[in-house]
Design a protein around this ligand. Structure first.
Ligand SMILES: NC(=O)c1ccc[n+]([C@@H]2O[C@H](COP(=O)([O-])OP(=O)(O)OC[C@H]3O[C@@H](n4cnc5c(N)ncnc54)[C@H](OP(=O)(O)O)[C@@H]3O)[C@@H](O)[C@H]2O)c1
Length: 260
């Protein structure tokens, strides 16, 4: 595995993309993006350059090197108004500039060579802040302030544990290289789908916290970029099942132990 990072590799500097055309890689995975969704809403042109235009250029460079290209994309290409989970062929309809830029990136990557468009959602992993650690911090703050913990109950998604996602992605790439699977759109996301509140409650219970909880709609937290409310992904048949409950509990227990 060869990580290509800034400052040597910048998505906004097309000359850097030539590093992908050397023929040294079986698979090139673009996991980089401008993921500050509110920043994307304030500067949609920059979002389009990084998330929209760069993936097509990367895919072209990877194709020149004979590599399979994987573009990591998002459930936010959907509007979240569908009651049932989205399948690969459902029509995207982004409702914010981040989603629009990621959809453009999908289209650019798909139009060139052999590309896998990997849609995922609600990532959390070991190390660094994530939804689980933020919920525990918010619960402690609420306890200190004597207030209820406000949890969103009308936004649904797929919490996805990144180590499991990496394994599932590697399997898909190997199958495509071996000719056992066609390139194209793949949904890899944690199961079962959950609301933010349901996900938070699993973490709180594992950490042994029982704060008073108030259910609120997502609109109680106004942002520059509103997320889709029900952009739940149906996992692509024949891919590894990704579990989120056990990793959430383990992460929450470890975070609680560090705090004690
Ligand atoms: N997080 C989620 O819940 C979620 C959900 C669905 C899909 N996704 C997708 O999954 C992928 C990874 O997301 P993430 O949450 O891991 O993102 P992240 O933590 O924000 O990491 C993004 C990475 O992209 C790099 N990057 C940003 N702009 C760049 C540029 N111009 N040139 C080179 N590198 C650049 C950043 O580098 P620096 O460290 O140097 O800034 C950072 O390492 C993205 O494609 C995202 O759209 C994420």
């Amino acid at each position: 595995v060869v990580p290509l990072l800034r400052p040597e590799f910048d998505l906004e500097r097309p000359s850097d993309h030539e590093q992908l055309a050397t023929g040294s890689f079986d698979v090139v995975i673009n996991a980089a993006a401008w993921t500050d969704v509110d920043g994307c809403a304030q500067d949609p042109a920059r979002a389009m350059r990084i998330n929209g235009v760069a993936p097509g250029l990367l895919a072209a460079a990877a194709a020149r090197g004979g590599s399979l290209f994987v573009q990591v994309s998002t459930n936010e290409v959907f509007d979240g108004r569908q009651a049932t989970p989205y399948q690969e062929g459902d029509a995207p309809n982004p409702i914010n500039p981040y989603g629009a830029s990621k959809l453009e990136g999908e289209r650019g990557a798909a139009s060139i060579g052999r590309s896998v468009i990997l849609r995922t959602a609600w990532l959390f992993g070991p190390g660094g802040p994530n939804f689980v650690t933020k919920v525990l911090e918010a619960a402690e703050r609420a306890a200190r302030d004597g207030t209820a913990l406000r949890l969103v109950n009308d936004e649904f998604g797929n919490p996805t544990w990144t180590p499991s996602l990496a394994d599932a992605l590697a399997e898909v790439a190997i199958e495509v290289l071996a000719g056992l699977r066609d390139p194209g759109i793949v949904h890899l996301a944690g199961q079962p789908p959950a609301s933010r509140r349901e996900w938070a409650e699993v973490a709180l219970a594992a950490a042994g916290l029982e704060p008073p909880v108030e259910s609120v709609p997502q609109s109680a937290f106004p942002r520059a970029s509103a997320p889709p409310l029900h952009a739940v992904l149906a996992p692509t048949p024949g891919t590894a099942r990704i579990e989120w409950m056990d990793p959430t509990m383990q992460l929450a227990r470890a975070a609680a132990a560090v705090r004690r």
